[in-house]
Design a protein around this ligand. Structure first.
Ligand code: MN
Length: 333
C-alpha cells in the first residue's frame, strides 16, 4: 500500500496564524529532535516568522553536539511575548524538561511520531489552544517536517535537506528499522538526496566520532549482560561506578542495543543503569510484535512499540526482579 504523510489543515493554519514560535524539543535531544527543530526554524524564517530554538539539553550524542550553540535552555518573558509554542519529537510539554514552565499558557502545536504521544489531550493547559500533528506511523519527526515543506509548498535548501535526512537516518538506524510499507520513506530519502543530503557524510556523523572509552564502557556493560527466558530477554547492567569511570558522554546505547539485538533468539533487550545512588534508567528494545512501550508505561515512562524507556527511583538490584516480572508477562504469554 502506498502511504504518504500530510499535515492536518488545522495544523497548517496554526503555523500560518502566528508570527513568532518558541521551538522546543525533548530533553537529551537526538538527531531527529535537533534535525526537526532546525529545519522547522529555517522553514518558519523563510515564511518571515521568528523562530526561537530551545533545548534543555544535555547534548550528549556526537551527531547533535555541533548544533548545541544554536540552542538556548532559557525562555524569557520577552521570548514568550506574542509567541506560540511548537514542541517537536515529543507530545507532552513535560518531556521538554526545564523548558516546560516557559511554555505554559502559550498556544501549543505538537509534531510527534511517538506511539505514547497520541494520548496527549492538553491536560492542565486551561483555555490555551492545542494543535497536533501526531503520526505514530512516521519513522521520524523529520518526515512530518518534510511533509510541512511539501504542503506549503517550499523547496528544500541544501541545509534543510541534510537536517531532515539526519533525523530520518538517526531514528531509522540508517533505514534498518524500516519494515514493509517503507516505499514512501525511500521516496522521501531520494528527494532529500536530490536536494543535497549526503548519506556518506550523515553515516559518519551518526556512527563516527567515538572515543576508545566508549568502546571500553560498551565492553564492560556487555560483559555483565544476563540472559533470561531461554535467551528471549537480555538484561545489560551499567553500575554508577562504571559510568563515572568511563564518562557518561561515552555511553553508546545505540550500539549496545544493536549488538545485543543481533543475538539469535533475542526478542527484547533491557539496559538497566544506575544514574544516581537512588535512581535508574531503564531502556528497552524489542523485535516486531513484542511491545515494550507498555512495560515502559508501567514504570512511568513511554516510547515506541520497539523502543521505550523510563526513569525510576530505585537500585538495579531492586528493579531487576520488577523488570523480569513484566517481561515474563510480555514474552511468555
Ligand atoms: Mn524521533
Amino acid at each position: 500500500m502506498r502511504k504518504s504523510f500530510t499535515p492536518p489543515a488545522d495544523f497548517l493554519d496554526f503555523i500560518k496564524k502566528y508570527d513568532k514560535f518558541i521551538l522546543a524539543g525533548h530533553e537529551e535531544p537526538d538527531a531527529d529532535c535537533i534535525g526537526s527543530q532546525l529545519a522547522l526554524a529555517s522553514l518558519l524564517s523563510r515564511l518571515g516568522k521568528t523562530a526561537l530554538l530551545k533545548s534543555a539539553g544535555p547534548f550528549r550524542k556526537t551527531e547533535v553536539l555541533p548544533y548545541k550553540a544554536l540552542f538556548s535552555a532559557e525562555i524569557s518573558a520577552e521570548d514568550r511575548a506574542g509567541a506560540a509554542a511548537l514542541i517537536v519529537d515529543c507530545s507532552a510539554p513535560s518531556r521538554t524538561g526545564s523548558l516546560c514552565d516557559g511554555l505554559k499558557t502559550l498556544p501549543l502545536g505538537i509534531i510527534d511520531h511517538h506511539a505514547t504521544g497520541a494520548a496527549y489531550d492538553g491536560a492542565g493547559r486551561g483555555e490555551s489552544p492545542v494543535c497536533g500533528y501526531i503520526e505514530a506511523s512516521a519513522p521520524s519527526s523529520t518526515v512530518l517536517v518534510f511533509s510541512l515543506f511539501k504542503a506549503l509548498p517550499l523547496d528544500f535548501t541544501k541545509d534543510e535537506a541534510r537536517l531532515l535526512f539526519l533525523g530520518l537516518c538517526g531514528d531509522t538506524g540508517f533505514f534498518r528499522h524500516i519494515d514493509s510499507d517503507g516505499g514512501e520513506i525511500f521516496r522521501i530519502a531520494a528527494e532529500l538526496a536530490d536536494a543535497g543530503a549526503r548519506p556518506k557524510e550523515t553515516f559518519a556523523k551518526i556512527f563516527g566520532g567515538k572515543s576508545l572509552n566508549s568502546r571500553l564502557l560498551l565492553g564492560t556493560v556487555l560483559s555483565h549482560t544476563e540472559t533470561y527466558f531461554g535467551g528471549k530477554l537480555l538484561i545489560a547492567v551499567e553500575e554508577l561506578a562504571e559510568t563515572e569511570r568511563y564518562g557518561i558522554e561515552n555511553r553508546d546505547s545505540d550500539t549496545l542495543y544493536k549488538l545485543l539485538m543481533e543475538i539469535e533468539g533475542v526478542e527484547a533487550v533491557v539496559a538497566l543503569r544506575q544514574s544516581s545512588p537512588t535512581q535508574c534508567t531503564i531502556g528497552m528494545r524489542s523485535r516486531d510484535s513484542v511491545d515494550v512501550s507498555k512495560a515502559a508505561a508501567i514504570f512511568g515512562g513511554g516510547g515506541h512499540k520497539n523502543a521505550a524507556g523510563a526513569y525510576v527511583e530505585g537500585s538495579i538490584a531492586g528493579l531487576k526482579q520488577l523488570v523480569l516480572n513484566e517481561f515474563e508477562k510480555i514474552l511468555l504469554c
